[in-house]
Design a protein around this ligand. Structure first.
Ligand code: ADP
Length: 488
């Protein structure tokens, strides 16, 4: 099959979170099964160019329609861990992709609406007829609209679209000008059954457009699929997802075992697996040395997260003090985009800096993340909502036991040591329901107690997690089945 993936992110060259990992892992797995896979990304000035092989210009004459005129783009090509990538390089005074970052500007809807048009124009002008275009999140929600409204009539009538929702907390709310920008009929498309935002009749909702116009819509876990159809987690999209229920489902993400495997990870002092678990202690020692923690007989609890309301920052803060009170050590690696949240965690850092048992690192650090998963005993994930969550799957792979709130993909992957109805060998962590201090303590307290009093049972939980298959193997097959289903 010929599959074109369009995304605002791809690990490791342009990653802000799990979407980057998804694109990297799924593209590689699909290609390894003999499919022709091409990825299209914006050519951000912030790309990790050192990780792109043989980047060179392949088109210098792509003119992308923009209001009554057109913007001149170059297209470059290079490979990222074997993935064939095309990069749209836009030349205009807007500097759409020259912001030193991926997201976070007021004109983000314009930037990505333009990107969506540029990808479609590139496919059309280069005469490509993919079987499937796989679009991701609101940033590329306009692509199926453009395909149906414009490009199908220009001959791209056999291409089908699979659209994946990675986080409906961000839907690309904007004004009808993005439709005018792209030569689309705003009058017709602003109808309630098309792109009109359910909560604001004057606004365009790009994610809703993607849902309505795609041939199939997925989200990143079965539980999140249910939550966004039936609870306020849908953030206003519940109705449209129910109307389109016949073409909607959840597919749990995988993790890339080439990147995330303690048997192969070059970030670790010594590699290990379920049969050589005692070697994990060397990573704990290395992590303590790296973060200035004392060498002591204590469990090490960690957080690796964006510090965002979604991730349960209040409970993360409480978890730090609770774990320290219970005789643990704590390492946090967290990046906050909000200055207030950053200042809040800076205060906690100042407050705990003298402690030999606590280290907070505020920022994004891929290398340290690897060492934390390997060195920590438990990882805390108290999310308000979690579409899939990769941290719990990565942590389990490294024998680090997750303590997680039972929402979204966390509910689909973390099974409580005491209360799960699963067989013992599938139990791999601790879960709680209530988003309260008491809820968190109920799970974290049990995990700490087990580490302290029943080490053999704790070891078994680690091994259970390490033996579970979270590779891309199963999910990639699921996506291929979806592609096949919508193609015929
Ligand atoms: P989200 O996509 O909502 O941020 P996920 O759990 O799906 O959450 O994916 C998070 C990914 O980002 C994981 O690969 C995790 O290791 C990584 N990550 C999160 N925060 C940091 C950080 N501060 N430094 C390094 N890696 C991080």
């Amino acid at each position: 099959m010929f599959i074109v993936m369009a995304s605002p992110e791809c690990a490791p060259i342009a990653k802000a979170g799990g979407l980057g990992d998804f694109v990297h892992g799924l593209c590689r797995e699909l290609a390894s099964r003999g499919n022709a896979v091409e990825l299209v990304l914006p050519k951000y000035d912030s790309l990790r160019f050192d990780r792109i092989e043989d980047l060179h210009k392949v088109h210098s004459d792509l003119w992308v329609p923009f209001y009554d005129g057109a913007i001149h783009c170059d297209v470059e090509y290079g490979e990222v861990d074997g993935i064939k990538c095309f990069f749209i390089d836009a030349h205009s005074e807007h500097g759409f992709f020259n912001r030193g970052k991926i997201y976070g500007d007021a004109d983000d809807p314009d930037r990505f609406a333009f990107f969506s048009r540029a990808v479609m124009e590139l496919l059309y002008k280069s005469g490509k007829h993919p079987d499937i275009i796989h679009c991701n999140d609101w940033h590329t929600g306009l692509m199926p609209v453009l395909l149906y409204e414009i490009y199908a009539g220009l001959g791209m009538d056999r291409t089908r679209v699979c659209y994946s929702l990675h986080n409906v907390g961000h839907q690309g709310w904007t004004g009808p000008h993005v439709l005018h920008m792209n030569g689309l009929d705003a009058g017709r498309l602003m109808a309630a059954e098309r792109l009109r935002d359910p909560g604001n009749p004057g606004a365009v909702n790009l994610m809703k457009g993607g849902i309505v116009f795609s041939n199939f819509v997925t989200t990143v876990s079965p539980r999140y699929a249910w939550e966004i159809q039936h609870t306020e987690q849908g953030m206003g999209l519940q109705d449209v997802l129910q109307v389109h229920d016949h073409k909607f489902g959840g597919v749990l993400n995988g993790i890339d075992y080439d990147t995330w495997s303690p048997q192969r990870d070059t970030h670790l002092p010594v590699r290990y697996g379920p049969e050589t678990l005692p070697e994990k202690a060397k990573s704990k020692t290395a992590l303590r040395a790296r973060t200035g923690l004392a060498e002591d007989f204590k469990p090490l609890v960690a957080v690796v997260s964006r510090l965002d309301r979604q991730k349960g920052v209040e409970l993360i803060r409480h978890g730090i003090y609770y774990a320290l009170e219970q005789g643990c050590q704590f390492v946090l690696l967290g990046s906050a985009s909000s200055p207030e949240v950053n200042a809040d965690f800076q205060r906690i850092k100042d407050d705990t800096d003298a402690s030999p048992d606590c280290h907070l690192e505020l920022g994004y650090d891929e290398d340290l993340a690897h060492l934390i998963y390997a060195g920590a005993d438990m990882i805390l994930i108290p999310s308000v909502y979690e579409p899939c969550g990769l941290t719990q799957m990565i942590a389990m792979q490294y024998g680090c036991v997750p303590v997680a709130r039972r929402v979204g993909g966390l509910a689909d992957t973390v099974f409580d040591a005491n209360y799960s109805d699963r067989p013992f060998e599938e139990r791999n962590g601790y879960v709680f329901d209530d988003f309260t201090y008491a809820g968190l303590e109920s799970a974290l307290g049990r995990a700490i107690g087990l580490w302290q009093r029943y080490p053999e049972y704790f070891r078994q939980l680690r091994v259970n997690g390490m033996r579970q298959d979270h590779s891309w193997n199963g999910p990639a097959q699921h996506y291929l089945d979806i592609y096949t289903h919508i193609r015929t």
